[in-house]
Design a protein around this ligand. Structure first.
Ligand SMILES: [Zn+2]
Length: 673
């Protein structure tokens, strides 16, 4: 589909995508990619030089990754169900193909004979070491019989994790309420059963209105109990077996535990460092937690009387909503200042001026008429295209229903030619209506858009020579990307800008008066940013500590001088650190996706990223009155975004900061330092 307006012609390096693709074409594309990849790996297994082993494999990874987006993108964006399903099958097949690479002993042995040290330059050497490490993590260095046992265990693990997640996705538990029991909640959103009871499911959009607005504490309690016990009967044993298998596999590979195995290639490096980070923050957050609980308790006492009793888990969302309402944030009013088209233009323009870039909308072939394609160049200096991004912002039937950035092509060089990266920002923002009234964004949507665009920049500006160092995450089948606990750092740092008054003034424009957001609303928004953070952080830390504990080896687990099994220790840690009792007989881990989806021993990473992002942002804060300092923005582009995974996260931080990274800016923002 072509866009008719007068757009700049698409540069020759623009990737092409089309919606005119059939399930059988997807299947033959998948086979073509797999054949070419297989041939390259077979050749690499007989190679005798760096170029014919490591080099050959890295090139094959780059080319197969590049080709894979045409197979996998329709699963996220196509309107036809059969095409989406074919695309998902293709994605699974490519994932198995890429994963299978690192179990191949003959390729590993050929590389081991040549050695990563023979790489022609530092970046190639780092990529070679990455390959060796991945092979070793898949047992290619073990004897053949042991590798077979390891593969069996890994296979069992994969099956358990996928049935764990499927059980949650397929869970149809509903909690039935009379309309009186749902006083305070808009009941029309829920189906009725034959007796006229309203049925509320356990997914967030169904459940949250009850937790936030149901006046009756008994109603919220029933919801909280159902959620805490979700899938407990089927998933508890799966979880215990998964943890056991993970620790066994790690020990076979010479690690003390799964946590040690997982953290070795990350920025944190060791479970001890991650745990220390969490404990340091916990101590600091404690005072704020007490204050938060006092605020919530006061609201509870006011509403329920002096015998209301202490705050319970089912009170938190309800009284938090009430507490936030006292801060003067008028969401409906604020929304009128954020018409989509203005916000979009201003986000693009803020990024261009901050990072010294020019975005040009180009006439590329795209997969839907709503989709826009942009090329990215330096604002001055060399005029090579650095990369491409697509904006696919509006919902359509069959399209992925959340916001995300999906990489379409890694930045890499093969046969002396550099291929610039490409990605798409997939959104679900409301479309302007036909009567000319603009689509208005909630502030949360503005913030997410700004954050996601940070990922776009990180992806597109990558100058990696090997695809394994380009921007990627687990949504795409190909291997590589930055350290998992660093992945969010660059975009979380950029997200800080959206909270700055000078940026808010720029992003806002009342849809009818054209005025910027008034100062009183900006102040109210700023005040709300850290609201009840003490509770939220403490709760998060308790879950992250549990994750590290169970993945740190077999139990029993010691906590506060007592020994517990993995079920009791979860309830003890969360209740003790968040100071709110857990629900009797429940094991909420049975419906917790993260630990089954690549974030095992990695939940700490979100907080970790946020803390280091705050440190990076402190350099911009030092430039007040204007935090949008273009010289510093360019330095950020060159030292944090462009290197992508070619430099370790720790090193990028100290290169940019000119000092060791510090937690202090984050603690200051939380108001606990
Ligand atoms: Zn993100």
């Amino acid at each position: 589909m072509r866009v008719a307006d007068a757009l700049a012609p698409a540069p020759s390096s623009t990737p092409t995508f089309t919606d005119r693709v059939t399930p059988s074409e997807i299947s033959s594309m998948t086979q073509r990619i797999a054949r070419a990849y297989e041939n390259a790996l077979s050749e690499a297994s007989t190679g005798t030089t760096w170029a014919t082993t490591f080099g050959k494999t890295l090139d094959a990874l780059g080319r197969a990754s590049e080709a894979s987006a045409s197979v996998t993108l329709p699963s996220m964006t196509h309107g036809d169900k059969a095409t989406r399903e074919a695309s998902t099958r293709g994605k699974d097949a490519l994932k198995a193909m890429f994963d299978g690479t690192f179990a191949r002993r003959e390729v590993y042995q050929a590389m081991a004979r040549v050695g990563a040290d023979s790489a022609p330059n530092a970046e190639a050497r780092r990529a070679s070491e990455y390959l060796m490490r991945e092979f070793e993590r898949n047992g290619a260095a073990l004897d053949e019989a042991s590798q077979k046992v390891l593969m069996q265990k890994l296979g069992e693990l994969e099956e358990l994790c996928s049935s764990f997640c499927a059980a949650i996705n397929e869970d149809t538990t509903k909690v039935a309420y009379t309309e009186e029991e749902l006083e305070g909640v808009d009941v029309t959103a829920y189906d009725e059963d034959e007796q006229g009871a309203r049925l509320v499911g356990l997914i967030a959009p169904d459940m949250m209105p009850v937790m936030q607005f149901a006046k009756r504490s008994e109603s919220r309690k029933r919801m909280a109990e159902a959620k805490a016990r979700q899938c407990q009967d089927v998933n508890t044993d799966r979880f215990l077996r998964v943890v056991e298998l993970r620790n066994e596999c790690a020990r076979m590979l010479g690690y003390k535990s799964h946590a040690e195995y997982m953290l070795k290639p990350k920025m944190a490096r060791t479970p001890e460092r991650a745990e220390q980070f969490l404990r340091d923050l916990l101590v600091k957050a404690r005072g704020k937690l007490d204050g938060d609980l006092k605020d919530l308790q006061q609201l509870k006492d006011e509403e329920e009387g002096p015998d209301a009793g202490p705050i319970q888990s089912w009170d938190v969302a309800y009284y938090s909503t009430k507490f936030k309402a006292t801060l003067g944030v008028d969401e409906a009013k604020i929304r009128e200042y954020f018409p989509l088209e203005h916000v979009k233009q201003e986000i693009l323009s803020t990024y261009q001026s901050l990072l010294g870039l020019t975005f040009t909308r180009v006439d590329a072939e795209v997969w839907h008429e709503d989709v826009e394609c942009y090329s990215v160049r330096e604002a001055d200096g060399e005029q090579n295209v650095l990369g491409f991004f697509y904006l696919d912002l509006f919902p359509r039937p069959g399209k992925y229903t959340h916001q995300c950035v999906y990489p379409l092509r890694p930045a890499f060089a093969a046969d002396g030619e550099f291929t610039p990266a490409a990605c798409v920002n997939i959104g679900n923002l409301s479309k302007p209506s036909a009567d000319g009234k603009p689509a208005l964004l909630r502030f949360r949507e503005v913030e997410t858009f700004f954050h996601e665009f940070g990922h776009v920049m990180h992806c597109v500006l990558s100058k990696s020579q090997h695809s394994v160092h380009a921007w990627a995450w687990s949504a795409v089948p190909w291997p590589g990307g930055v350290e998992q606990d660093f992945l969010e750092v660059p975009s979380m740092m950029l997200e800080n800008f959206v909270w700055q008054p000078e940026v808010l003034v720029r992003l806002s424009k009342h849809y009818s008066t054209g005025e910027s957001l008034p100062k009183e609303d900006i102040d109210a928004l700023s005040a709300s940013r850290g609201a009840l953070e003490g509770y939220a952080r403490s709760r998060f830390i308790s879950m992250a500590l549990f994750d590290l504990a169970v993945h740190g080896g077999p139990g029993p687990y010691e906590f506060e001088g007592q020994k517990y099994d993995s079920i009791d220790v979860y309830n003890r840690i969360t209740a003790s650190l968040s100071k709110i009792p857990s629900i009797d007989g429940a094991f909420p881990v049975a419906s917790w996706f993260h630990l089954m989806m690549g974030y095992s021993a990695g939940y700490y990473g979100y907080l970790w990223s946020e803390a280091f992002a705050a440190d990076l942002f402190s350099e911009f804060e030092a430039k007040r009155p204007s935090v949008c300092d273009p010289a510093l923005g360019r330095k950020y582009k060159d030292m944090i975004l462009a290197p992508c995974a070619t430099v370790a996260g720790d090193d990028m931080l100290s290169n940019f900061l000119g000092r060791e990274a510090s937690l202090n800016p984050f603690l200051k923002r939380m108001g606990v330092l």
